[in-house]
Design a protein around this ligand. Sequence first.
Ligand code: C2E
Ligand code: MG
Ligand code: MG
Length: 610
Amino acid sequence: MAFTPSAEMPKTNPIEHQTFFLGVSEQEASYLKDVNTLNSVESARATTKIGESLRLATKIFESSNEAVVITTSHHKFIDVNPAFSQITGYDKAEMLHQPTFILNSHHHDQRFYLSLHRKLLKFGEWRGEVWIKCKNNNVLPLQLSVYSVRDDNNVITHFIGIFSDMSAHKSTENELSKLAHYDPLTGLSNRAQFVEHLKFTLDMAKRNHQQSALMLLDLDRFKLVNDTLGHQLGDELLIQVARRLKQCVRELDTVSRLGGDEFTVILGTIQSSENAASVATKILVALNAPFVLSEREVFVSVSIGITVFPVDGDSVNLLIKNADTAMYHAKESGRNNYQYFSDTMNNKMIDELEMETNLRQAFKNGEFSLNYQPQFALKTKKLIGAEVLVRWNHPTLGWISPAVFIPYAEKSNLIIALGEWVLRTACTQAVSWQQSGLKLQPMSVNLSGMQLKQPDLLYKVAQILDETQFPAHLLELELTEGVLMANVEETITTLNKIKDMGIRLSIDDFGTGYSSLSYLKRFPIDTLKIDQSFIREITTSSDDSAIASTIIAMAHNLRLNVIAEGVETIEQANILLDKECDDVQGYFFSRPLCESDFCQLLTKLQADIT
Ligand code: C2E
Ligand code: MG
Ligand code: MG
């Protein structure tokens, strides 16, 4: 009950309370006066009638399901019925003569009460929704009607309030609204609500001459998770993805689930288009971290399409369509990345993001570190070495995957300095473990195409080996198929020189490029690394299983060692064992480890042997 608080607090008048009852007491008083002066049968009948009406009114008042209150014109309670006590928790005795603002919930501002009061004075009644605070401090929504009661001189003597508790109705209303607007699995906005939000965002952006961005996200290979782990864990994954997405955006931005593994993010206002790229990078990084589902770690990635209002379109439908096109472009570009709808924007972004400056800064600030992913012989399960993987811990974006930043490092030539740093740091580290009493392990280091083209590559590598005293025969350099095939004759010459230094060579991500068998024979290679895309579905796809068998057989025919990348399950490991794959690397055996964890692993393995 939310009557306007009054500053005046008139003194209690018990007679007033007795007299004014349900707004008929004044009449009753005048009738009683009549009874005293008229000494006739008529007046006796009138008295009986009044008595009856009073009894009826009292009955209605007492038994009504709706709360009924009577106040003075100064908004002090003079009577309340049992329904009032039931709803508010206050009994009649404690309410008498209390000001009505005792029920004030602070849900409404001063303007609300002023308007209520004005209407009450002008029209004699007011109806609407009001929130009150109960005795137990619960806040309730009420459907309230207030009436003013005037005397013969048209002066307000009382107010009568009648209200009912709307909370049950409200919660059904909320439930219904939730069902209509929210995705029941993740609690995010659903498609209908998303369209509404986008419309609203565009209207606001138009009015304020601002830019907004829409991102369409599709999880990569979600079907595989559903098929292998079941729908229940698939649902759990979606819930966790939703949670991470929400953590990547501001309060004002909207994350929605359109259905399946499709999500959207609306960035209400952006200063420039690169803001969207920063959020997209943040999302890529957030989703790259493992998800724990029923005590097992699961890895997913996401492809993101970005459209910017107004440059890519100014209507809801057009922006959605363009975001979809951009998302497919991201899928085609190898998944786990984002793409803008417009190519000019994509190109511009590369400049605008100032990734080059960022990377150089990162290099100077020591934001890079190394991880070591153990590699094992499949038959004996013995450690055979580790692949060195670079990591970037950005001060605001957190860990950024090398899959995201290496292409920029290549574009900006920074890869040369970074590659040198990786090699030097890995060799130094390996030798320092050896100095602390551990067995020196072979190290595989990724070499970029750009590094291979450097005329002083051999000199630099020799210098680092000399400086760190890391033995050449324990170093393996990994090159992708694409790099090898780019400039075959020159590459063969360089690779032969590397081999002459005693360094081993491997082809990384084998099977994804277009190696010609005749060239393959001519490359002085020691190892083929089967790309993880064939391993991922080796247990379910007969094509992938056949490709893996062929690569293994071919490698063995060429007297090459073969290692499978990205082995995540025991089933994959067993199939590879059947196919006589030599070595393995993957999350099933070990994730890439930071320096101290890898050192711990070496220590443990050494202790197990001795
Ligand atoms: P890559 O050389 O093929 O490295 C293997 C990638 O697979 C690594 O990703 C590794 O963390 C990931 N991986 C290992 N086991 C599993 C598994 O069981 N499941 C899955 N899903 N992934 C697994 P990362 O560290 O993100 O590196 C991505 C790529 O970035 C590397 O692919 C490599 O091409 C490049 N890269 C990383 N470090 C360097 C570097 O120091 N120099 C150069 N030039 N490139 C690097
Ligand atoms: Mg590699
Ligand atoms: Mg690889």
